[in-house]
Design a protein around this ligand. Structure first.
Ligand code: HEM
Length: 370
């Protein structure tokens, strides 16, 4: 029964939840030889993994993916809070927390409305608009909050997309080249924004933390990193909320919070053992990969948290509040313009860790069934 689906194909399966329930019950913490990874799916196992500081966000032998060595992408990757542990992570994370805390709800709502207004031009009601909106709304909103001008929004959103695509493991050389150019453009844009940012803004807060551990280069990389972090994850949260029949939901904030647990956008995250360590009775060896299946733990009746979608411990998501709000307001703006009552996912993006619906069916895209 476990043959046709595994923890990496589950996020794009039409309905992975019966599989997750069985996995959690029958194999809450096991070594999967086919995947070459330990897999944690019960809430206790996921908490043990994400709470153990011997398990790091990057393999000890490859802090930066080999394909990114000697590239600009690799230099930025090595500075991202999400991709580091230790003193650099602590400093970058502290700066990000201070930065994101400056964003008031009214301010994020205004940025979401401005961005939605640009993306949803009157009369555009086909599913391709929605498929693009899922990604462009969160990235555009964060960009506006970071001080990007409206006129530069399209270019920044496209550059963020190229950057994200280049960081996908085993990205083809063409994607790496576009990502490298995109990052250079984003770097110059944010450099100029840091130069001219108003006091009290998220970018000014980030810049105020620049010191010997958290350099100017790191501040810029992590500002770009915010676009990266919101790109797929918020797209999934908006998309999965659209699949949860929001057409007549009375309270979209409540619906989004529910979807974040029952049909989460981020299904799993990885860790790598920095040294041999015992976890839930098993010895995990230095260099071993561990997969924490957040989406399986979300439905564990024994869970001690409302959900695991935003992670926990040292790397827990600092953008949770903003992400939930962008999704709820994003769906509200869409609902005000487009009839969502018949919207259905045609398929899901073939990603191993995020669940993002695609609403355009192949026949709409190409004129013939793919
Ligand atoms: C629905 C949307 C989102 C989901 C489900 C999500 C989920 C997560 C998860 C699970 C992690 C931890 C990964 C790990 O421990 O391996 C994380 C980290 C992070 N997230 Fe989010 N995220 C979302 C949106 C955002 C947004 C909008 C931002 C900021 C604008 C953001 C910023 C970050 C950052 C900077 C980290 C790295 C923190 C660190 O390593 O200390 N996320 N996110």
């Amino acid at each position: 029964m476990f043959d046709r689906i595994d923890p990496l194909s589950a996020p794009s399966a039409p309905n992975p939840y019966p599989y997750y329930a069985r996995l959690r019950k029958e194999r809450p913490w096991y070594r999967d030889d086919a995947l070459g990874a330990w897999v944690a799916s019960s809430s206790a196992a996921v908490e043990a993994v994400l709470g153990n500081d011997a398990l790091r966000v990057r393999p000890p032998s490859e802090p930066v993916p080999t394909a990114l060595h000697a590239t600009y992408l690799g230099r930025a990757f090595a500075l991202l809070a999400r991709m580091t542990d230790g003193p650099h992570h602590d400093a970058a994370r502290a700066a990000l927390l201070v930065s994101l805390e400056t964003i008031a709800c009214a301010e994020s709502d205004a940025a979401i409305a401005r961005c939605a207004g640009r993306l949803l031009v009157d009369g555009a009601d086909d599913t391709r608009v929605i498929d693009r909106y899922l990604f462009a709304l969160p990235v555009g909103t964060i960009a506006l909050l970071l001080g990007i001008r409206d006129e530069a929004l399209h270019e920044v959103t496209e550059a963020a997309r190229a950057f994200v695509t280049a960081l996908v493991p085993a990205a083809p050389p063409r994607a790496l080249t576009s990502g490298e150019h995109a990052l250079q453009r984003l770097r110059s844009t944010f450099e100029a924004c840091i130069e001219h940012c108003e006091p009290g803004t998220p970018l000014a807060a980030l810049a105020s933390r620049i010191d010997r551990t958290f350099t100017r280069e790191a501040a810029i990389a992590n500002a770009v990193g915010l676009l990266f972090q919101s790109h797929d994850a918020v797209a999934g949260l908006i998309g999965n909320t659209l699949c949860a029949h929001p057409a007549d939901a009375a309270d979209l904030d409540a619906l989004v919070a529910d979807v974040a647990r029952v049909d989460a956008p981020v299904h799993n995250t990885r860790r790598y053992a920095a040294h041999d360590v015992t976890i839930a009775g098993a010895t995990v060896r230095r260099g071993d990969t561990v997969l924490a299946v957040l989406a399986a733990a979300n439905d564990d009746p024994a869970r001690s948290l409302p959900y695991y979608t935003f992670g926990l411990g040292a790397h827990a998501c600092p953008g949770t509040r903003l992400a939930l709000r962008i999704a709820a307001q994003g769906v509200a703006h869409l609902r005000a313009r487009i009839d969502l009552s018949t919207l259905r996912a045609a398929s899901y993006h073939p990603a191993p860790n995020v669940r993002i619906p695609i609403f355009t069916s192949p026949i709409d895209e190409t004129g013939s069934i793919a």
